[in-house]
Design a binder for this molecule. Structure first.
Ligand code: BV8
Ligand code: ZN
Length: 249
């Protein structure tokens, strides 16, 4: 397999000896499936202000606009498929002793690619819940009017974490514990702008892990990684899995 992506032997050596790999993914890993990222020039937030839509205030002030925005995104997510990057991560989970995958993405593409140990730091847009009593809303959503909670009549919202909202406590605790105890941390397709998720790579490095960033571009957290592969994750991840498999053959 020509190593045209310049994946160093050191990365493959460390990966093949890693007892616990932690992966943090962001919107970039889904972009090759056709799901727009947030902050890229053609991203979904190019025309919307995130605070306006992905926040409690945004929903309170314009529930219909926010609800329709999520309906639009749900339709896109339903219409796309996991790409080679998602599939390679699912393969990596199979061929390594322990891999913990934490995603900021809300599209469920990792689960659809077959990854078993996926924890959602920012929830997902497949499930819905009541804005007021937090109970899950499992009824089918028909387009048009805003659905109402059958328990309390409250407004239904997607089960995502909005700006200003706490992340799911157990998931964040697991992420911080795993980042602090792993020996290899891979950051894939995230601009590293949104906290506390963006703080996980630094936590791993502080605790002695080897940190690799895979991103199509340089980011604000590139420099704090031991190595970077500036390439699309749909190309880099399958190449890494192939090199790992060749090594163990
Ligand atoms: C919190 C879910 C405690 C919904 C999202 C003021 C008030 C309140 C909070 C704050 C505040 N100031 C700061 C904060 C903290 C805030 C924050 O970090 N703000 C930032 C913007 C400064 N964080 C929060 O509010 C979090 N909660 O802190 O609670 C608290 C509570 C009250 C008060 C204070 C603190 C909640 C954060 C979660 C927000 N929800 N989304 C939805 O999706 O609609 S965030 C949103 O950004 C997405 O979840 C996304 O996952 C996340 C990160 O974006 P990325 O995934 O990185 O995507 P992005 O487009 O940015 O980058 C894509 C990358 O991919 C690029 O680098 C690109 O180069 C790369 N790429 C592109 N193609 C490819 C590729 N790479 C590889 N291959 C390719 N092919
Ligand atoms: Zn309710």
């Amino acid at each position: 397999m020509p190593n045209k992506l310049e994946i160093s032997d050191l990365i493959i050596e460390k990966l093949s000896n890693a007892s616990h790999i932690v992966v943090l993914t962001g919107a970039g890993i889904s972009s090759e499936s056709g799901v727009k990222t947030f902050r890229d020039p053609d991203g979904i937030w190019a025309k919307f202000n995130p605070q306006e839509l992905a926040s409690i205030d945004g929903f309170m002030s314009n529930p219909k606009l926010v609800w329709d925005w999520y309906q639009e995104r749900r339709a896109i997510v339903d219409s796309v498929r996991p790409n080679t990057g998602h599939l390679a991560l699912s393969e990596l989970e199979k061929i390594t002793p322990k891999l913990s995958l934490y995603t900021q993405n809300v599209d469920k593409l990792h689960q659809r690619a077959g990854s078993q140990n996926v924890q959602e730091l920012h929830g997902n847009i497949v499930e819905n819940k009541c804005f007021d009593c937090n109970k899950p809303h499992v009824e089918n959503i028909t387009n048009g009017e805003l659905p109402k909670c059958k328990y309390c009549g409250g407004k239904i919202r997607p089960n995502v974490v909005w700006f200003g909202e706490m992340l799911p406590e157990k998931v964040l605790q697991n992420a911080e514990r795993d980042a602090s105890h792993c020996d290899f941390f891979i950051t894939i397709g995230t601009s590293g702008e949104v906290y506390p998720a963006a703080g996980l790579p630094a936590l791993a490095v502080r605790n002695g892990a080897y940190a690799l960033e895979i991103n199509a571009n340089e980011t604000s957290i590139s420099k704090m990684h031991h190595s970077n592969i500036f390439a699309p994750s749909g190309l880099a991840l399958p190449a890494i899995v192939e090199l790992l498999k060749n090594k163990t053959r």
